[in-house]
Design a binder for this molecule. Structure first.
Ligand SMILES: [Zn+2]
Length: 69
């Protein structure tokens, strides 16, 4: 039997966002300041979180700028 449990994946979650000055370079919609969180999972169990801030587009989700610590 083959076990597919060696799966590590990463998910980017927007925890909250608020309006910000700026414009998306792709679709010209307004930008938002968002608290982002990268969740790394192993066997679908989260074991590592990293929070960071980013300027994202409110429409297409394009990340205009990120502030990784
Ligand atoms: Zn956009």
């Amino acid at each position: 039997m083959v076990c597919f449990c060696f799966l590590v994946d990463q998910k980017i979650v927007v925890r909250r966002s608020k309006a910000a000055a700026g414009m998306c370079s792709r679709c010209r919609r307004s930008a938002r300041v968002a608290d982002m969180q990268t969740v790394t999972r192993f066997c679908y169990i989260p074991f590592y979180w990293k929070s960071w801030k980013a300027i994202v587009c409110s429409l297409c989700g394009n990340i205009l700028r990120s502030y990784h610590k």
